[in-house]
Design a protein around this ligand. Sequence first.
Ligand code: PEP
Ligand code: MN
Length: 255
Amino acid sequence: MRCGDVEIGEGSFTIIAGPCAIESAEQALAAAKAVEEAGAKVFRASLFKPRTSPYSYQGIGAEGIEILKAVREETSLLLETEVLSVNHLELLHDHVDMLRLGTRSMYDYELLKEVGETKMPLILKRGMSATLEEFLFAAEYVLAGGNEKVVLCERGIRTFETNTRNTLDILAVPALKEMTRLPVIVDPSHSAGRSSLVGPASKAALAVGADGILIEVHPSPETALSDGEQALDPPAFLALMGELRALAEPLGKVF
Ligand code: PEP
Ligand code: MN
């Protein structure tokens, strides 16, 4: 699937990286420059955050559009952001290259239909307790609207295990590839829940045939307003990119 000059699928391993949430212009630009230098092609840049607790950071909101403009001016990264509601679509349309629907939105059928109408490239995350069949039906809502630019994202599912934030269903990647021609990426960050496991999850994704990763990187994880525990700092991200690049070639993937 092509998005601007970035290929997702077709033998590429595409890196989509950035902070959990946009917090300020300084934070966003520092993150964007770091991930671009390390080899990411797309900047994940959430303005609206779906949080379990209403008292947790909810995101910078529409104010963040100006920050996205600055990132666009200062880097050549494509921009992707989460859409939480139909009301966000118009606001975001001209300022990002890709939309993302989070795990909680996979069952939001009206939102899926509206995103189908936009024809914008979409990263669709698997519902945290969705079967692969349900996941593909959700994608079908978007495809049926005439939007074929759908990328599936395995982000871990809810199981009895609490050691990791979610249980990365790594075999979902090859299993989905037996069921659909849509690209499949992995979110190592929300599966792992802690930075020490993000590298192993990313390497597993590459080894098992994923078309890329969606990964959280923050210029200073210890001060992050959300998901700091699972964010890589720029040096750790750069090191991981080096390891993935070295693994990609023998696996026949273009980095
Ligand atoms: C995210 O990627 O920012 C996110 C909120 O992830 P998920 O919807 O998978 O929990
Ligand atoms: Mn997050």
